[in-house]
Design a protein around this ligand. Structure first.
Ligand SMILES: [Zn+2]
Length: 105
């Protein structure tokens, strides 16, 4: 799709299906920074958190959820929230959303 890492690109592809107004931003999106544990990818500066709102979300079985935030209509960051241990990563989210084999859940 673009130059984003595969797990992020695939997760966004599911969260922002064809026709979603924010999907038009995907080709221009790049990761500014990301969390060391792999749970969050920031598309804008990590300090740009004021006023951000959830624009798309999906659950990852019973283990957590993936949340997409935007601020002022611009995609801000993608975050995986874990409800259990071990912590989920964006790779786990992408795998689950695409229902690929290898996820025992
Ligand atoms: Zn993290």
């Amino acid at each position: 799709m673009n130059h984003l890492p595969a797990d992020v690109a695939r997760t966004l592809d599911v969260l922002l299906p064809e026709g979603h107004p924010l999907r038009a931003q995907l080709p221009y999106l790049r990761i500014e920074s990301s969390c060391a544990c792999g749970c969050t990818a920031y598309f804008t500066g990590a300090d740009a958190v004021t006023g951000a709102e959830i624009v798309a979300e999906a659950t990852i079985g019973c283990d957590g959820e993936v949340l997409l935030f935007a601020e002022g209509g611009r995609l801000s960051w993608l975050e995986v929230c874990s409800w259990t241990d071990p912590k989920l990563t964006l790779s786990d989210a992408a795998r689950h959303l695409l229902q690929e084999p290898g996820d025992p859940d």
